[in-house]
Design a protein around this ligand. Structure first.
Ligand SMILES: [Zn+2]
Length: 253
């Protein structure tokens, strides 16, 4: 048992009792962890509005030995997630984008597995979704691709995973979902159930995987490429989760 401090995003809230909730955080210092927030459901509770979904806060908690719920003792709001308010459509897509970010963080990471790059990615993605300057579809695809890369689930985008044939413009490649790789035309087999992906989209995926969310407006993506990139990312995510993300139906690319 030890007292710990962390900068953390609220990624899930589950009611625990009349007045308490179990909050799942994704923190810079410890990665994902859940903690019991006593009194969190009371109007004038001890944590005020710090525990709203997707808020960033500075928390103090008692870390228990495994199998016992950690206990939240303090939470101070750093910043609230404020989805775009310009136009109903922009506002909703950035709000749902935020929910999707929370679901992927929860589903694709392990408890107490520190990943500060993932935390920074999530914070900058939420900030980009809050800005009226950004296109939320690009921000979402960038998040999917970057998260997959950071957790080691992004396919090798440079060569065929069977024969090593390099990906070159105009060649035919497919995404081999179950093996998390790309397949060239010669290695493609019906039983691998690969989905074709254009070399243009592969090039975009490579660029997205290297860029920060603030810079993605410099990458030109047409609708077809955006859909291809999103489809590939969703296949990899769905394979890793064992199901389609439930917030995915609200995401329009
Ligand atoms: Zn090959």
């Amino acid at each position: 048992m030890s007292l710990e401090k962390a900068d953390a995003l609220v990624i899930r809230q589950v009611d625990f009792s009349e007045s308490s909730r179990v909050i799942t955080f994704f923190s810079r210092e410890f990665g994902k962890f859940a903690a019991l927030a006593k009194g969190a459901k009371r109007l004038k509770g001890p944590f005020d509005a710090a525990l709203d979904l997707l808020s960033a806060c500075r928390v103090v908690f008692i870390r228990k030995s495994s199998g016992t719920l950690n206990l939240l003792t303090e939470a101070r709001l750093i910043s609230r997630f404020q989805p775009q308010s310009s136009g109903a459509k922009g506002g909703l897509s950035s709000l749902y984008g935020g929910y999707y970010v929370a679901e992927l963080l929860n589903g694709l990471t392990e408890e107490f597995d520190p990943a500060p790059e993932v935390y920074d990615l999530a914070v900058s993605t939420l900030s980009a979704l809050s800005s009226s300057q950004t296109n939320s579809a690009s921000v979402i695809i960038h998040f999917e691709v970057s998260l997959l890369q950071l957790v080691g689930l992004l396919p090798n985008l440079f060569e065929c995973s069977v024969c090593g044939e390099p990906v070159e413009t105009g060649s035919q490649f497919a995404h081999w979902v179950s093996q998390g790789g790309l397949l060239c035309g010669a290695c493609r087999r019906e039983e691998y159930a690969g989905v074709s992906v254009s070399t243009g989209a592969i090039e975009i995926l490579r660029q997205l995987a290297q860029e920060s969310p603030e810079k993605i407006h410099t990458i030109e993506i047409n609708n077809k490429q955006a859909q291809e990139c999103h489809r590939l990312a969703v296949s990899a995510i769905t394979h890793a989760l064992g199901r389609r993300p439930s917030t995915l139906r609200y995401i329009q690319i």
